[in-house]
Write a protein that binds this ligand. Structure first.
Ligand SMILES: [Zn+2]
Length: 372
């Protein structure tokens, strides 16, 4: 890619030069640069990849000229680009846009002053990351659409969906994980709806709006965000009502109008992440569905239905596929516990584009950066 030199360090086993990364990473970063108008914030960027996190967990910390990403420790170099790595890289890299030179990126889990839009904005940036991957060819349209379908499903699962606005939920992020998921996923859905809206009005793709409000300067305060949107389009609507009122987001409707197909389906899931440690199969992350069943981080799975368990795959195989409880023996500290655990059903949306739909031609609206 012209104008941007990438340096990659992998802190695990294997030789980066012989992996897929030298081919894939320039595409991902090139996609982000292309989306943002063709100029990288800095000309040299270092990517540090550390395979030292539990299974299913990927986390990035962006700096002005470098990024460090922790990847799951059991995923080897050959497969590391197949997980959440690429979208994490695109996401964190996009955060660096529009920052004043030298400004340190603040990554904090503490509430900040005026931070009520923070988690909505995270979702917005995550949508841009998906778009950058689509643009660069690092992600297929079907994956892009299914990611959006998942975001909408998690919006619609929020217990207060239809009664609470995204702005209200966003303000409760720090005390309520359900509100966090709602506002983060809502940010993705609203960004997508904004993009569709601009295209439908012939006002260009979202990228043109971002010339004025780059991701690194997305205001944490809703008023200034809305003012920027109003300057760009002439009216605060419909975005103001998507964020400020509790009415459901028009995702399904807009997707169908753009020629997409949406299929609703029920899936039985067990939303926990595991880590294989010396003590055994350890619960490393907890989703809202299993959290409600009393499982906590650090629990060690001893057996399911009397059968000894040592891997996440074996654990999931042993659970009933539809939600009948299984007897799970756990070690929590020095205690031995028995819990009935089960999969929980959740609604999902499969989104696809067919025929000559608008969505199918999604990526044709941009000029491609040329890659390489
Ligand atoms: Zn972020």
């Amino acid at each position: 890619m012209r104008g941007l030199v990438l340096e990659v360090a992998w802190f695990g086993e294997g030789d980066v030069a012989r992996s897929a990364l030298p081919e894939v990473l320039p595409r991902v970063f090139g996609g982000a640069v292309g989306l943002m108008g063709g100029r990288a914030p800095v000309s040299r960027y270092a990517v540090l990849l550390r395979p030292d996190y539990p299974s299913g967990m990927t986390q990035g910390t962006p700096r002005e000229g470098s990024i460090q990403v922790h990847t799951p420790r059991e995923v080897p170099l050959e497969r590391v680009h197949q997980g959440a790595l690429l979208s994490t890289l695109a996401h964190e890299y996009l955060h660096t846009w529009g920052r004043e030179a030298g400004a340190e990126l603040r990554v904090s889990s503490e509430p900040e002053l005026g931070g009520e839009m923070r988690w909505f904005i995270e979702g917005f940036v995550h949508y841009l990351a998906q778009l950058a991957l689509l643009e660069s060819g690092a992600q297929e349209l079907s994956v892009f659409l299914s990611t959006l379908g998942q975001a909408y499903a998690s919006v619609s699962r929020h217990p207060l969906y239809g009664q609470e606005s995204l702005a209200q939920a966003s303000a409760r992020f720090f005390d309520d994980p359900a509100a966090r998921e709602f506002s983060y996923s809502g940010g993705m859905v609203v960004a997508f709806l904004c993009d569709l809206e601009l295209r439908a009005r012939g006002q260009g793709p979202l990228a043109r709006f971002l010339d004025q409000v780059p991701p690194g300067r997305l205001p944490v305060e809703w008023g200034s965000w809305l003012a920027a949107w109003t300057r760009h389009t002439g009216s605060p609507e419909p975005v103001a009502s998507w964020v400020q009122t509790a009415s459901p987001l028009p995702f399904l409707d807009r997707v169908r109008r753009a020629g997409g197909e949406v299929r609703e389906r029920e899936r039985w899931v067990f939303d926990a992440g595991f880590d294989v440690r010396l003590e055994g199969l350890t619960v490393a992350s907890i989703g809202p569905l299993v959290g409600a069943q009393g499982l906590v981080r650090g629990d060690v799975v001893v057996s399911v239905n009397g059968r000894a368990i040592s891997s996440a795959e074996a654990f999931l195989r042993e659970l009933d596929p539809t939600g009948k409880p299984s007897t799970v023996q756990l070690r929590r500290g020095s205690e031995l516990l028995e819990r009935p655990l089960h999969r929980a059903s959740r609604k999902e949306y499969e989104v696809s584009a067919s025929g000559g739909s608008v969505l199918r031609h999604w990526s044709l609206g941009y000029s491609h950066p040329g890659g390489g």
